[in-house]
Design a protein around this ligand. Structure first.
Ligand SMILES: Nc1ncnc2c1ncn2[C@@H]1O[C@H](COP(=O)(O)OP(=O)(O)OP(=O)(O)O)[C@@H](O)[C@H]1O
Ligand SMILES: [Mg+2]
Length: 202
């Protein structure tokens, strides 16, 4: 058993997708709809452990990261197991965090994200599930995109298109607050997902 495998086996997730326990050398840094993400302490690597019912995504996400290798906007992948992947830890804030902390998202960032996504498309992928928690601005002010598991889906994802529209129509305006509470952002995301915001359906 290699070290990553031993470390991954310490992470216990129950049937209700609650995190029960994990090794002291792991630090929980994020939770998504399908996984818990840990920083492996004293390294620059992150371990994404999928919930039991999303295990199959480990292989899929790993394969997609392999297709993206060499593009600096995406983390490198180091290892894949039955229910986990090991990738670069990203030191920075997601766009969601930037908005709640009041860190301004510049037009140059939006253009760079567009460019990063176009590089994925150029490798035959279909960037999907591009939302505020899957895009980082690093502490060096660089863009990183994570959570690529759905980049091979056939369905056209409008999320990034709609986020850009909202950025241009609202965020850039002087009157628009650059610091927004997580509760308000989550409420907007909830309404968006249910198709309840006109002009931003799908
Ligand atoms: N490599 C990383 N470095 C630092 N933080 C990370 C990393 N990967 C993920 N995170 C944090 O963990 C959160 C969840 O990760 P991720 O988006 O991969 O999970 P998911 O379950 O696939 O998410 P979703 O709900 O978008 O499907 C991210 O929003 C981010 O805050
Ligand atoms: Mg995510």
């Amino acid at each position: 058993m290699n070290t990553f495998e031993a470390l991954a086996s310490t992470v216990i997730i129950n049937k209700e997708n609650h995190l029960i326990s994990y090794d002291d050398s792991l630090q929980l840094v994020g939770t998504g709809r399908s996984a818990f993400v840990f920083k492996i302490k004293s390294t620059d690597k992150a371990m994404k452990i999928f919930f039991p019912n999303f295990m199959h995504l480990a292989k899929e996400e790993a394969e997609i990261y392999k297709i993206l290798q060499g593009i600096s906007y995406y983390p490198s992948i180091y290892h894949v197991g039955a229910n986990y992947i090991v990738i670069d830890f990203i030191d920075g804030h997601t766009l969601f965090e930037c908005m709640t902390y009041g860190e301004e998202i510049k037009i140059a960032h939006i253009k760079e994200i567009d460019f990063a996504l176009s590089l994925a498309s150029a490798r035959g992928l279909n960037p999907s599930d591009i939302h505020l928690r899957n895009i980082f601005i690093t502490s060096n002010r660089e863009i990183r995109i994570i959570d690529v598991a759905r980049f091979r889906q056939a369905k056209n994802c409008m999320q990034w298109h709609n986020l850009k529209k909202a950025y241009q129509m609202h965020y850039v305006k002087a009157y628009f607050p650059k610091k927004i509470s997580a509760t308000l952002l989550n409420t907007v995301a909830y309404l968006y997902k249910r198709g309840l915001i006109p002009f931003y359906r799908g």
